[in-house]
Design a protein around this ligand. Structure first.
Ligand code: ADP
Ligand code: MG
Length: 614
């Protein structure tokens, strides 16, 4: 399958060799790298001193955004406007985030349990996708400035455990940043590539990738055959990392020197001091400092003792990952160390002791993922002639959902053959038929994409809206033939069709579709979030109306009037085209009705109890 380099600015097909950058979009730090003349270069900041870009955003009072080190420094003064750990929110609904919200200094919005989360800053609402796009834009600018040339294609890495919706969110962020995301690569795969593992098609091996970053740990076991990487198992803890090492030091100091931590400034100061100590102890035996006029000290030996329980936890995950992959330690050919926290010598030695083998640690652990992404990018650019590329589907495939939105089921550049599915439900009570319209393309609204066909799932037994479980499955074979099946899972009613997705479209047309999706990304996102806010608002208006009807017996006159007033306000805002106003109206309505809903629950429970005999 041919690849066509296109110039996003001019819309022209590019003749010259194209540059594709590799991006490690990390929870704590992000980096960008590229390959040139057989060398892989990680891009530095202007001063040439720093390759890591802290994955932190700061919004000033006029909503101007600063990304990186400068933003990190604002965390102390304006925590509510300094956004970090966005990666943890990617592709997540509010119900997935749970109590984690309490640990963040900024505000997450919970208008609807099922919807993707949003972050509120200065009264505006941002999706994690938009926020990640800002980080990607900063990386894009950095490399463009250094090279003096436009960059519009990238490979971005994600953890092996990321699900489809998290991967899709990462793609969308890339698109929004003006980048054509040619491939999403697993971080452990990228790290192995950086170590040159898997580049020889003859080589077969089994690799363990140990990644201890700032706030996350994962251990992935990969099998490499004929240049193809397969993740055999992945285990880890999304709340275990360098931050915990810092915390161990803080706890020790507080106890040892009877320190008092009075406010957030103290908290941050001691945290920074602990991180400094940790880093220093990666290369010296003792660290000395002061805090509030007290002398602090930490020896390497004591530090190692403090962090042993944390390392122990990671080793339990190693054992579990081996078990999942049905392998033993001796089956592992190489151990690759990734993540800034593996710079701590004690981590390295305990891991190597565990596997009974020396670990791969000759490269910078915080740069290997970005370097691997750049190597993968170079392979995709066709600059590595010896490496085989697997066939991928050139444009995303999906269906139309409420409001004319494109819901992608198979993202572009997915390896073929492939299959994927997603569940939907009805929006009207007693709905008997459901139209499934299949589209191809990268735009957010189906009207801007290419329609491949449509069919109707008939004879769904009458059920209330939201009850039917309709699964739509896409099965794409190696020749680009797409089978689409829709099945109502409760009644087993099913229909299917077959579509030739590549039929009647030239490579040039595909390239043009891609260009338009990137050119219009911002506008599309705006339309999409407005439509989503409207859908969400309409759902809430309906459920609130139903709620009032069902609870007329005990709701006070005032409660009814106020609920109706807020609901009317929401309906009014839905008619407008400002998504923030809609969100605000939803929030107000939710805030008012939440205690009423709780009361209704209590009443139902106590009524139910009255009926029980013991
Ligand atoms: P992520 O992949 O989660 O974005 P990184 O791989 O950049 O994170 O790792 C960041 C972590 O690495 C931080 O906790 C930082 O304190 C730690 N770290 C950086 N340098 C060192 C060092 N020399 N010794 C120990 N830990 C380090
Ligand atoms: Mg990382």
């Amino acid at each position: 399958m041919a690849r066509i380099p296109i110039n996003i600015k001019t819309g022209e097909i590019e003749k010259q060799e194209n540059l594709i950058v590799g991006i490690d979009l990390g929870t704590t730090n992000s980096l960008v790298a590229y390959s040139k003349d057989g060398e892989t270069i990680v891009v530095e900041d202007k001063s040439g001193s720093q390759k890591l870009v802290p994955s932190v955003l700061y919004f000033d009072e006029h909503n101007n955004i600063v990304v990186g080190q400068e933003a990190l420094e604002k965390q102390l003064i304006h925590p509510e406007r300094t956004i970090y750990s966005v990666k943890r929110l990617m592709g997540k609904a509010y119900k997935d985030v749970g109590t984690y919200e309490n640990q963040l200094g900024y505000k997450i919005i919970d208008t609807d349990e099922e919807q993707l989360v949003k972050v509120e800053i200065n009264g505006s609402y941002y999706s994690p996708i938009t926020l990640s796009a800002e980080i990607l834009k900063a990386l894009k600018n950095r490399v463009e400035e250094q090279l003096g040339q436009q960059v519009y294609q990238a490979v971005i890495t994600v953890p092996a455990y990321f699900n489809d919706s998290q991967r899709q969110a990462t793609r969308d962020a890339g698109k929004l940043a003006g980048l054509n995301v040619l491939r999403i690569v697993n971080e452990p795969t990228a790290a192995s590539l950086a170590y040159g593992i898997g580049q020889d098609p003859e080589q077969e091996s089994t690799i363990a990738v140990y990644d201890l970053g700032g706030g996350t740990f994962d251990l992935s076991i990969l099998s490499i055959q004929n240049g193809i990487f397969e993740v055999l198992s992945t285990q880890g803890d999304t709340f275990l990392g360098g931050d915990d090492l810092d915390k161990a030091i803080i706890d020790y100091w507080i106890e040892q020197y009877a320190l008092t931590i009075d406010n957030t400034i103290d908290q941050q100061t001691i945290r920074l001091e602990a991180e400094k100590a940790k880093k220093a102890l990666s290369s010296s035996d003792i660290y000395k400092s002061t805090f509030k006029e007290k002398d602090l000290e930490l020896t390497q030996i004591k530090f190692e003792e403090l962090i042993n329980p944390i390392i122990e936890k990671t080793l339990v995950h190693c054992t579990n990952a081996l078990k999942d992959a049905e392998l033993t330690k001796t089956d592992i050919d190489e151990i690759v160390m990734v993540g800034g926290s593996t710079r701590t010598p004690h981590v390295k030695s305990r891991v190597s002791e565990f596997f009974g083998k020396k670990v791969n640690d000759s490269m910078n652990p915080d740069e290997v993922v970005a370097m691997g992404a750049a190597i993968q990018a170079n392979i995709l650019a066709g600059n590595e002639k010896d490496i085989l590329l697997i066939d991928v589907t050139p444009l995303s495939l999906g269906i139309e959902t409420v409001g004319g939105l494109m819901d992608t089921i198979i993202p572009r550049n997915s390896k073929v053959p492939t299959r994927a599915g997603r569940q939907y439900t009805t929006s009207v009570d007693g709905q008997k038929n459901l139209k499934v319209a299949v589209y191809q393309g990268e735009r957010d609204l189906v009207d801007d994409n290419r329609k491949l066909g449509e069919f109707i799932l008939k004879d769904i037994p009458p059920m209330a809206a939201g009850i039917p479980k309709i699964e739509v499955r896409f099965i794409l074979d190696a020749d680009g033939i797409l089978k689409v099946e829709a099945e109502e899972l409760r009644s087993k009613v099913m229909t299917k069709v077959e579509i030739r997705s590549q039929y009647g479209i030239s490579e040039e047309e595909m390239a043009l579709m891609l260009i338009s999706s990137i050119k219009n990304a911002e506008q599309d996102l705006h339309k999409r979030s407005l439509l989503e806010a409207r859908n969400e608002g309409n759902n809430i208006v309906h459920s609130v109306a139903r709620f009032i009807n069902q609870n007329l017996s005990w709701l006070s006159e005032e409660e009814q009037t106020e609920t109706k007033r807020l609901s009317a306000n929401l309906q009014d805002k839905i008619k407008g085209d400002n998504k923030d106003n809609i969100q605000k109206a939803i929030e107000e309505l939710n805030a008012y009705t939440a205690p009423l809903a709780e009361k209704a629950m209590d009443i139902h429970v106590s009524n139910a109890l009255k009926g029980t005999t013991i």
